[in-house]
Ligand binder design. Structure first.
Ligand code: ANZ
Ligand code: ZN
Length: 875
């Protein structure tokens, strides 16, 4: 409390607990000195959890460290403030979403201040405020201008609980909504999309530029983008009306073993046939209920597909396993070479032969193939005689040559496919940025003119939760004049996915108050890219991919100069691990136990409790914190009990930042003890140094203990610096602090001068100040009390490395007539000296062993080596 109010009082920045001036949005920074450090902004739910404590501590520590290194640090914070919980609160409790959100922001800001996290509050952005979403709408219109925002009818994911559309990315592998957990339904609806697929190639290629990103994240993105190189092949058809069917294949070398063609259920031709074919119609409606990957099929009667090279006629199926939205929505079926096609064939054409046109290339793989059963051969190999003129070619050669032939015949060409789909951004919900488009019966889609932005969310809306989007039922909002012809028109009532808000906020931080553009070109160009971005790995795909897309788009549009990074917004990415809570369960039935079902008293001090009802010991595990497991921990409670410094140091000490952290508050006592000792020591005379002069004597006058002391503390300090600079191994930084403190506090008992202790203690405090700012500042004040020259520790520069001093003494093993007898500590150069001098130095020293082994003996010879001195004496 003392320091947070004192710092706030001195700080020139509004709301800041940093006691010195720092870069502001309206100052410009030198590119070489700027460090943009950012943590993912939170959704304002009202409470900060342990994950927030962890992520903000990390970014705060890095920001403070870089400030003390002389960098101009940008360390902003904001609020990802649109989204469903606010609307659900409105439905459940009748609170206005805006009021609910802003109250939560206030609460969370207070909690952040308790953590002593120092954000640049003068850069704060709140995505639900009109002065922010006005620019989200502007960016939408920029995309619209380029044809990168468009509306189309599409089969979409419908969340029946939240009554809204979801992006593909928001549906998990089991087909559930990421938010509500409901099984997602498929529906055809007209929706807004952003053309991220037009950037797919670049988004994939530029992953290789992201050298400071975790590989894991890059792999996840690569997989999500799913670039695939293949061939498009056009099949003809039999029947009265010749049709063409395009298929996409990555194995055109298997073209001579195609046994059927399979079309997706939503293929246009199929839908048309279904109008007249009842059985097909039924099959299509049944298909939506089939499990994913089902191999059922429906053979189209009266028509066959014609293979463009072999001219063979093959049956055509409708098959739910073919994805309508991938490639051409059609597959050339090769049961002989593809697992899925094989299964399909067995089910739909049992007892029919299977054709293979590619054979294993080597003896070894032939053997493997023979022992394998007669299923498909899915590997690369050599084409056999069914491949006609291509017989004998390898898969790779055949792919090229067959593609050439197709190209000459005009029935195929090389092509690249991506797994990623365009980004569906429209939501049928109220609490989001309205899509700035007006639908006019005569002009069609008309963008809202910039002068009319923002399209404000109407206030005083009734939330029933039943009718879906309340905007649809508000004539005052949706009945408008067409900006183009002045006629009667309708406003689009969809709002944007909140991922749209969060994919450009790091630009707005660079110029948060701009009233005329989303952000200033120069400011953004100077501040970008973000040097270190800290966040959860759960955003590895969605948020990071969308942000990369928009940053690249905005660079292309000339809103910032992204040429140095190819438009990539984040230089280094740090993904912090989850915080797991200590969880107690009953060994008898696995039930999770509430704290009041446990008896913590019987088991003594820090050890484990027993179950009240049975007296048994509970099973203890660490799991993701959740209400149902009663294992949540409240960061503010911990701070209130132990203080912000201990809490911060504890959360960093317990695990490397990328790993899962098992939160166990009881272990914090070690940290508290250490911090208390540092404070105590700061009041000692040793810490204060000598009162007459605090000048350290020159290195040449250091005694042996001082050299050792200097060297050891120097090495620890270097280690700490290294951890902050490169490895971000913040847990070992804490153990280094402890080591350094032990070294300093025990040096008082040796002949190390108080000045040297004082100097190193001060360095240690500076080094501690990023993680434990309060303790460092308090101790710093104590140390300076006696000469009255206190200035905040944050004005100090990070300790510069000093040379390691070569020690001038070393240990010599003393041999007497060939036997090692005792050791002697002497000048490192002693062994280079004249025999007589060596002899006299040792004989005259009073070290143990001299009297016993050499006393009264005649020395005949002295032989010296680097670490040994050998006496030859008369017996
Ligand atoms: C014939 C073939 C023979 C295939 C063979 C594979 C092996 P990736 O790598 O993911 O791009 N395919 C094409 N379009 C499809 C769709 N809409 N739905 C489902 N499957 C589709 O996969 C490309 C392969 O996936 C293509 O190559 C095609 O099957 C199938 F021995 O064509 B292949
Ligand atoms: Zn019009």
């Amino acid at each position: 409390a003392k320091w947070s109010s004192k710092w706030r009082a001195i700080s020139p920045n509004e709301n800041s607990i940093y006691p010195l001036p720092k870069s502001q949005p309206n100052t410009s920074y030198s590119k070489s000195k700027k460090k943009y450090i950012m943590s993912q902004f939170p959704y304002p739910s009202g409470i900060l959890h342990m994950g927030h404590l962890r992520v903000y501590t990390i970014s705060d520590v890095l920001s403070r460290y870089n400030r003390s290194q002389g960098h101009e640090v940008i360390h902003p914070m904001g609020w990802d403030a649109f989204g469903l919980p606010a609307e659900n609160a409105a439905i459940e409790r009748g609170i206005d979403p805006s009021i609910w959100t802003h109250e939560n922001i206030k609460k969370m800001k207070e909690q952040m201040k308790l953590m002593m996290v120092d954000f640049d509050w003068d850069r704060e952005v709140t995505t639900c405020d009109a002065d922010y979403y006005k620019w989200t709408q502007k960016i939408f219109l920029l995309l619209y201008e380029e044809g990168l925002a468009y509306r189309k009818e599409a089969e979409i994911n419908w969340d029946p609980v939240d009554l809204t559309v979801l992006a593909n990315e928001q549906v998990d592998a089991e087909g559930r909504s990421w938010r509500s957990g409901a099984i997602v339904e498929k529906k055809m609806l007209r929706q807004w999309f952003l053309g991220i697929t037009q950037f797919a190639k670049e988004l994939n290629k530029d992953l290789s530029l992201l050298e400071e990103w975790p590989n894991k994240v890059k792999l996840m993105q690569k997989h999500w983008i799913g670039e695939s190189q293949g061939t498009e092949v056009t099949f003809g058809s039999t029947g009265a009306q010749e049709r063409q069917f395009k298929v996409y294949t990555t194995r055109v070398d298997t073209l001579y073993s195609v046994q059927y063609l399979a079309l997706a259920v939503d293929n246009e031709y199929v839908l048309k046939l279904a109008e007249e074919n009842q059985d097909l119609k039924q099959f299509i409606s049944r298909a939506t209920t089939l499990p994913e990957g089902s191999k059922e099929g429906f053979e189209l009667p009266g028509v066959k597909a014609v293979n463009p090279v072999s001219l063979e006629e093959v049956p055509i199926f409708v098959a739910p396993y073919v994805l309508g939205s991938y490639g051409s929505g059609a597959v050339m079926g090769c049961p002989g070479h593809d697992e899925r096609d094989y299964e399909f064939w067995l089910l739909n054409k049992p007892n029919h032969p299977i054709v293979k046109s590619v054979e294993p290339a080597t003896e070894k793989s032939i053997e493997q193939e023979e022992t394998h059963f007669e299923g498909p051969f899915t590997e690369h190999g050599i084409l056999n005689d069914s491949a006609k003129e291509f017989q004998g070619l390898t898969t790779a050669e055949a792919k090229d040559q067959i593609t050439n032939k197709l190209a000459v015949l005009g029935v195929g060409h090389k092509t690249t496919q991506f797994r990623i789909r365009d980004w569906l951004i429209s939501r049928q919900r109220y609490w989001g940025a309205p899509i700035p488009i007006i639908h006019c019966p005569s002009c069609g889609e008309v963008p809202v003119p910039e002068a009319d932005l923002p399209v404000l969310l109407p206030e005083n809306v009734e939330f029933t939760g039943k009718k879906g989007n309340p905007l649809e039922n508000l004539p005052s909002f949706n009945e408008v004049e067409c900006p183009s012809c002045g006629g009667h028109a309708k406003r689009d009532t969809d709002t944007m996915d909140t991922f749209m808000d969060s994919s450009w906020y790091f630009f707005r931080y660079t110029d948060p108050k701009n009233l005329t553009t989303p952000f200033d070109f120069k400011k953004a160009t100077e501040a970008m890219p973000v040097d270190i971005y800290v966040g959860g790995v759960e955003h590895a795909i969605l948020h990071l991919l969308y942000s990369r897309f928009l940053a690249k788009f905005l660079a292309k549009k000339g809103l910032w100069d992204g040429s140095k990074t190819n438009g990539e917004p984040f230089k280094k990415l740090v993904t912090q691990g989850m915080v797991h809570g200590k969880t107690y369960s009953d060994p008898a039935n696995g039930r999770f136990l509430k704290p009041d079902e446990l008896d913590f008293s019987s088991s003594g001090s820090a050890s484990e409790p027993t179950i009240k009802s049975s007296g048994a010991s509970p099973v203890i595990t660490y799991e993701k914190m959740s209400k149902s497991k009663y294992n949540g921990a409240d960061p503010t409670e911990c701070i209130t009990t132990h203080g912000s410094d201990a809490t911060r140091a504890h959360i960093l000490f317990q695990a490397p930042i990328n790993d899962i952290l098992d939160w166990d508050e009881s272990k914090i006592v070690g940290i508290e003890r250490w911090l208390r000792r540092v404070l105590q020591f700061s009041k000692s005379s040793a810490a204060a140094g000598s009162t007459e002069s605090t000048k350290v004597k020159p290195i040449e006058q250091f005694n042996e203990n001082e050299i050792k002391f200097h060297n050891e503390s120097e090495l620890i300090l270097r280690n700490i610096t290294q951890s902050f600079e490169t490895t971000l191994s913040l847990n070992t930084v804490i153990s280094d602090y402890m080591k350094l403190f032990n070294l300093i506090s025990s040096a008082t008992a040796t002949s190390v001068s108080p000045e040297l202790i004082h100097t190193n203690f001060k360095k240690m405090l500076i080094a501690m100040s990023p993680i434990t700012p309060v303790t460092a500042e308090e101790a710093w004040e104590s140390v300076h009390l006696n000469n009255g020259t206190w200035e905040t520790i944050f004005a100090e520069k990070w300790p510069t490395p000093e040379p390691i001093i070569q020690s001038h003494v070393t240990k010599y093993n003393i041999f007497v007539n060939g036997k090692m007898r005792f050791t002697f500590e002497g000048d490192v150069e002693l062994y280079n000296q004249d025999q007589g001098l060596v002899r006299d130095t040792i004989l005259n020293s009073k070290v143990e062993g001299v009297e016993k082994w050499l006393g009264g003996k005649k020395v005949r010879k002295v032989i010296t080596k680097k670490n040994a001195i050998s006496f030859v004496i008369e017996k």
